[in-house]
Design a protein around this ligand. Structure first.
Ligand SMILES: Cc1ncc(COP(=O)(O)O)c(C=O)c1O
Length: 436
């Protein structure tokens, strides 16, 4: 479900016409729907309510501080993977005790910063990392909780580049090493190892891989408890699907139906559950608006050339991902009844939708059937809320887009468009050696 809908052939975000936003704020432009964001957070919480989980929204998916505030206001904790994301969460007013911090390469500077802020839990990715964090915590006379990220060796059946829970991935510690890990580190006074963390991949469109991983985690926890270790929390990570095409993803109820009964006994015995959703909350809450710059033919092909590309939304180039792309103004016959790879509407013509970047891979779609489009038309790239702006770059020295948050009939600029000055702002000026 999302709040991007066509009314009389014009695309709206909630009650705001997207063409008016493009005129007011320019393109390319990320536009987010606050009600969609809230709906996804609330619906996921409701589906898992029996477990009373702490939902730690995964900042890496979409991290504008204003969006984080919307979720923090609803009680969300945050999942961070760097000092910078922790900074964002704290700026958004999130209680540090509700923040979990994963990532295989945490630096000493980041660890000290997190300990100084009173971070809730470090998700530990290796023996060496545990030793380092415990050492720093000891020196600072600080304490924190730690969750051992286990690698359950399950196949989430998703893209190879976003598979994280298989043996060959760099994430977590092989499940066979977990007991030894607790034997070595399970009694540390400063870094209290009392939780198990999993994150198997993203997006995971079937529930079975979660069930397999959770089953392995629960067996492990029984064994660890039998060995005398306290394990009071299971963090099952993120990875829940999003609808890049209509109804692509299982409903939250479908995920919960299988997962909740597995975890209920753990919760009834006093255990805590953490979820780390990102994509499922943010993806359908955002579109990337772009103006058609040129229409070009090459051989038998038609190219629709946009003013945005892989510099602003890298998913198609990086993961061959599908994004539904459609003009914001269409004839009634071309209003999309659903967002599909093969649209049933009459009168569509295939085109490659490409960006301005000097890379052949800068292509959003190949031979995509589209309604008629002309230079100057506005196109919406749907499902761009997650892993969109957060992965945007200044490649080809192009400024990053502005971001706008819509709530009902109001639209607020939440990040201004970058300028050329912004692009070189951090570069050292060799003509002024004194500043070196
Ligand atoms: C440890 C961890 N937790 C949560 C997430 C969020 O995943 P998603 O956005 O698919 O929910 C990720 C994403 O890769 C992750 O690495």
């Amino acid at each position: 479900m999302d709040r991007f809908t066509y009314r009389d052939g014009q695309l709206y975000c909630e009650d705001v016409n997207l063409d008016t936003l493009a005129v007011e704020f320019g393109t390319p432009l990320y536009v987010y729907s606050q009600r969609t964001l809230e709906h996804h957070y609330d619906a996921l919480s409701a589906a898992f309510a029996d477990l009373n989980p702490l939902i730690c929204y995964s900042i890496k998916s979409c991290g504008n501080v204003n969006l984080l505030k919307v979720l923090a206001d609803r009680g969300s904790g945050m999942d961070v993977v760097s000092g910078g994301e922790l900074f964002r969460a704290i700026r958004a007013g999130v209680n540090p005790a509700k923040i979990v911090y994963a990532g295989v390469g945490k630096t000493d500077v980041e660890i000290k910063y997190a300990l100084g802020q009173g971070l809730g839990t470090f998700n530990i990715e290796s023996e060496a990392e545990f030793e380092n964090i415990a050492h720093i915590a000891h020196k600072m006379q600080a304490t924190a909780n730690a969750a051992l990220r286990i690698n359950p060796d399950v196949d989430p059946r998703t893209h190879a580049k976003t598979t994280t829970g298989k043996k060959e991935s760099k994430f977590g510690v092989d499940i066979e090493r977990a007991k030894r890990f607790f034997e070595r580190y399970g009694r540390d006074a400063h870094l209290k190892l009392n939780a198990i963390h999993l994150h198997i991949g993203s997006p995971v469109y079937s529930v079975d891989p979660y069930a397999d991983a959770i089953e392995k985690a629960l067996t492990l926890i029984d064994e660890l408890r039998g060995m005398g270790y306290e394990v009071n929390t299971i963090d099952i990570g993120g990875g829940f699907g999003a609808d890049y095409t209509t109804d692509q993803s299982p409903s939250y109820a479908t995920y919960a139906e299988q997962i909740v009964p597995m975890l209920r006994p753990f919760v009834e015995a006093g255990g805590k559950i953490i979820l780390e959703p990102g994509r499922t909350i943010a993806a359908n809450a955002g579109v990337l608006l772009s103006r058609v710059q040129y229409i070009k033919t090459g051989g038998a092909k038609k190219f629709v050339i946009l003013d945005t590309g892989m510099n602003h939304l890298i998913r198609p180039a990086m993961y061959e991902s599908f994004h539904f792309i459609w003009p914001t103004n269409v004839a009634p016959a071309h209003e999309p009844a659903a967002r599909l790879e093969a649209m049933p509407n009459e009168g569509l013509e295939p085109a490659d939708i490409v960006g301005p970047i000097c890379e052949t891979g800068d292509r959003f779609a190949k031979d995509r059937p589209l309604p008629p489009v002309a230079r100057g038309d506005l196109m919406a790239i749907f499902g761009a809320g997650a892993y969109g702006m957060v992965m945007a770059s200044n490649y080809n020295a192009m400024p990053r887009p502005a971001e706008v948050l819509v709530n009902g009939s109001e639209a607020h600029l939440i990040r201004r468009r970058e300028t050329y000055d912004d692009i070189i702002a951090a570069e050292v000026n060799l003509e002024s050696p004194a500043s070196l």
